[in-house]
Design a protein around this ligand. Structure first.
Ligand code: NAD
Length: 495
């Protein structure tokens, strides 16, 4: 199998290969103190897209010091409405540069440009607009306690925030952290994933143009175990907001214990999408296919387990297989492309290993699960039938375009299987029986439940999970609480 990809048309015009992409510290673009650099590749071509400064602990020290100065200085003391206005100016600049940002994200992360324009970029802009509106609406309250005192609360920004971002939605997830932190008056040192640093660096440039004071938003690019680790262990960082894998999340909790940093963790998932026999099977399988194959399955809330009632099991497998075969895979820059490559060679190998594991465990691969071509990290979307709940492909996060279809007998069986992994990020349920879907929504161990739909997120609704999916919620007012601390004030009225 091969894909339609004209390499001679490769588009790298946006990314000047000669110019090293520098760190952003205190409003200045600077090289790392060590002078070291690393390359970021286009996962569709395996060619070097850009050379980036590789930060280390000394650069983190500089960035945290700048963020502290900006926190103590202009950002915290500025009128909240003015903070909101600066964020709105950044919104306008992002809109003006929408095509450029989308192309950059598509080249760097291998995402189909149509998907970036439909989802990642509008979601990032919506997030920033939403939190710009919050900036001057973060209130304390008067809480009457006794006659001789005025007692009230203030909501104060927590301080310097380390934002550690994964590679699957660099722009959108980066903004989920940046926008509420800045709206609350915090300052930020961001560490993008080393595979996808480019969109964050571009947004930071636009943020300066929008009037963000130096030091409010800093970026230190480089490896997680160096830059991320230095941030997590830094005594002058007040909070870590992290999205990534459960393994790294555990290490972050340990590192943050040093100075009792606040931590929020958005980790992995193995979400169940449950299809009952009375569901609209066409709509359910259509949504189930995009629920797992969108972004080549590299989605924390991917519906990587489709649970189908035994009466419709064969039909669900057949329809999912047909949908997988119909997905248009190719050059992410082509607007007709639906699925691009996975992010890296390492990720590709890990996904292909899981395809082997599934076959050795006795599951039936009905389609896909192979590398496409020899250049770029393309994998054909895979459907596994006859999957047993206990199999590794049903329990472990694959983070690729691989779906496990599992049979269930009744409602209790579906719930047992749906809740039977270490994760609890999201779940979907399909049925016309309103009592049944409501019972499922109440009992599902999941931070989000979709009923007769799958995969939507909105910044106005809380987002996150429990157990191996992490803790704390992003979005909505929950994020405002994450980045602020209430203070109680007592004033004696009898002096
Ligand atoms: P990862 O944990 O390897 O990396 C995430 C970030 O952490 C990167 O910036 C990385 O450089 C950094 N990092 C790595 N080691 C570190 C260390 N020792 N200290 C501090 N930082 C370190 O994850 P990934 O492979 O980039 O992303 C995929 C994972 O993210 C999946 O497990 C996925 O489910 C999860 N994810 C979760 C959500 C959610 O909302 N729950 C969203 C997207 C992705």
């Amino acid at each position: 199998m091969s894909i339609a990809y004209d390499y001679s048309q490769e588009k790298t015009s946006l990314v000047s290969r000669s110019a090293e992409k520098l760190l952003l510290i205190d409003g200045q673009r600077v090289a790392s103190l060590s002078g070291r650099t690393f390359n970021t590749l286009n996962p569709a071509t395996e060619q070097v897209l850009a050379t980036i400064s590789e930060g280390n602990a000394d650069d983190v020290d500089r960035a945290v010091a700048a963020a502290r100065r900006a926190f103590d200085g202009p950002w915290r003391t500025m009128r909240a409405s003015e903070r909101g206005q600066i964020l709105l100016r950044l919104v306008e600049l992002m809109k003006q540069h929408a095509d450029e940002i989308a192309e950059l994200e598509s080249l760097d992360a291998g995402k189909p440009i149509a998907g970036v324009l439909r989802q990642d970029l509008p979601a990032a802009i919506d997030t920033l607009t939403y939190y710009a509106g919050w900036a001057d609406k973060i209130h304390g309250e008067v809480v009457p306690t006794r006659d001789e005192a005025l007692t009230y609360t203030l909501r104060e920004p927590v301080g310097v925030v380390a934002a550690i971002v994964p590679w699957n939605f660099p722009l959108m997830i980066g903004m989920w952290k940046l926008a509420p932190a800045l709206a609350c008056g915090c300052t930020v040192v961001m560490k993008p994933a080393e595979l996808t640093s480019l969109s964050a660096l571009r947004i930071a440039e636009l943020a300066l143009e929008a009037g963000l004071p130096p030091g409010v938003f800093n970026i230190v690019t480089g490896p997680g175990r160096v830059v991320g680790d230095a941030l997590v262990n830094h005594p002058d960082v007040d909070k870590v907001t992290f999205t990534g894998s459960p393994g790294v999340g555990r290490g972050i909790l340990r590192g943050a214990a040093g100075n009792f940093k606040r931590v929020s963790l958005e980790l992995g998932g193995k979400s169940a999408n449950v299809i009952f026999e009375d569901a609209d099977i066409d709509a359910a399988t259509k949504a189930a296919a995009s629920g797992i194959f969108f972004n080549a399955g590299q989605v924390c809330s991917a519906g990587s387990r489709v649970l189908a009632h035994e009466a419709v099991y064969d039909e669900v497998v057949e329809r999912l297989t047909a949908r997988a075969n119909a997905i248009r895979i190719g050059n992410p820059q082509d607007r007709a492309t639906v699925m691009g490559p996975v992010i890296s060679e390492k990720q590709m190998k890990s996904i292909l290993d899981y395809v082997d594991i599934g076959q050795k465990e006795g599951a039936l691969l009905t389609t896909g699960g192979e590398r496409i071509g020899t250049r770029g990290y393309f994998i054909s979307p895979a459907v596994f039938a006859n999957v047993k709940h206990e199999m590794r492909i049903s329990q472990e996060e694959i983070f690729g375009p691989v779906v496990s279809v599992i049979k269930f007998k009744d409602e209790a069986d579906a719930l047992r299987i749906a809740n039977g992994t270490a994760y609890s990020l999201a779940a979907g349920v399909w049925s016309h029986d309103m009592g049944r879907v409501q019972r499922f929504a109440k009992k599902a161990r999941a931070g989000t439940v979709w009923i007769n739909t799958y995969g939507y997120t909105d910044v106005r609704l809380p987002w996150g999970g429990e157990r191996d999916s992490g803790f704390g919620r992003e979005h909505g007012s929950a994020a405002i609480e994450n980045f602020t601390e209430p203070k109680a004030v007592w004033m004696n009225l009898n002096v």
